[in-house]
Design a protein around this ligand. Sequence first.
Ligand SMILES: *Cc1c(COP(=O)(O)O)cnc(C)c1O
Length: 362
Amino acid sequence: MTENRIHNFNAGPAALPLSVLEEIQASFLDFKGSGMSITEVSHRSKWFDEVINDAVERIKRILGLDDRFQVLFLQGGASMQFCMIPMNFLADGQQADYVNTGTWSTKAIQEARIQGKTINVAASSEDDNFTYIPENIAFSEGAVYAHITSNNTIKGTQWAEFPDTGGVPLIADMSSDILSRSFDADKFGLFYAGAQKNMGPAGVCVVAIREDFLKMVPEDIPTMLKYSTFAAKNSMFNTPPCFAVYTVQLVLKWLEESMGGLEKMEAVNRQKSDMLYGLIDAGGFYNGTAAEGSRSMMNVTFRLPTEELEQSFVQEALANGLGGLKGHRSVGGCRASIYNPTPLKAIEALCEFMKEFERKNG
Ligand SMILES: *Cc1c(COP(=O)(O)O)cnc(C)c1O
């Protein structure tokens, strides 16, 4: 039943590895001899314990996290983190830096301000419509953390290197590029990612939190909004989103065992994005919207000469089995989201289509 599947360039929820979907299908009615589906077993059962523990171990191994980090599975999406981070880490009189690189950073800043927290926007690329990642940022001394969005899903920009904060721990929203490349976790107090971009289905947000950040959590905030609540219970203070965690586990296993680990995954991602940007840069028909040094490996954003052409591009692409190429409704244009699971052959098919479309309409 796979012959109707399209090449999926959706921004999120997004493509999952076919082998993962097939494994879910094959074990759906009887999970590991339990006689139950994974959606029917207790989260207190040995079956689910194995799933969540394996997922945590794999994330730590893939990203090289040492034992100062705990990996949590939370609900409420990445958006809930926008509110939890300032609530857990900024006491009265304390301050955090934020870098504003687009829609999601703006929302993170807003959630801190709603709570009356002191926020310094250390840099912003709003002056050029968020098409670039700021450089040479003057971070504040004494900030509790500096928050960045590592990949800007909507504008198609990405931090090529993480900034030097002068020792202030970074917190990053890595929703759309976690597990796509290696990075030095030492600089981070916390990072988080909604799973539905690069890691699994919607319904779970992965948070890696360092022990010194866990110690900052105050007593007097709601139980369900405290990191410490979930850290103390291996993410099972209440019922976790079992099926989403299970799918994430399978994606992690796929990354390690089928793709050969993070370095290899990163090389493939680079190859995929180079291929697409190469085509965009080759002629004058397609126009990349992100500044060159700030281009995302995950979300390739581009425009065509007219909006009419963009519309027919998206429609014709879909008729050719290439879905999800419409840009975010807030910015228009086109966007190809090419996360880990999107295979090289999907990019090749897209490039072929783009060349043909240019030939006919250029
Ligand atoms: C999609 C996205 C979000 C929002 O994620 P939810 O899980 O829907 O809350 C936040 N940040 C980034 C970078 C995203 O791409």
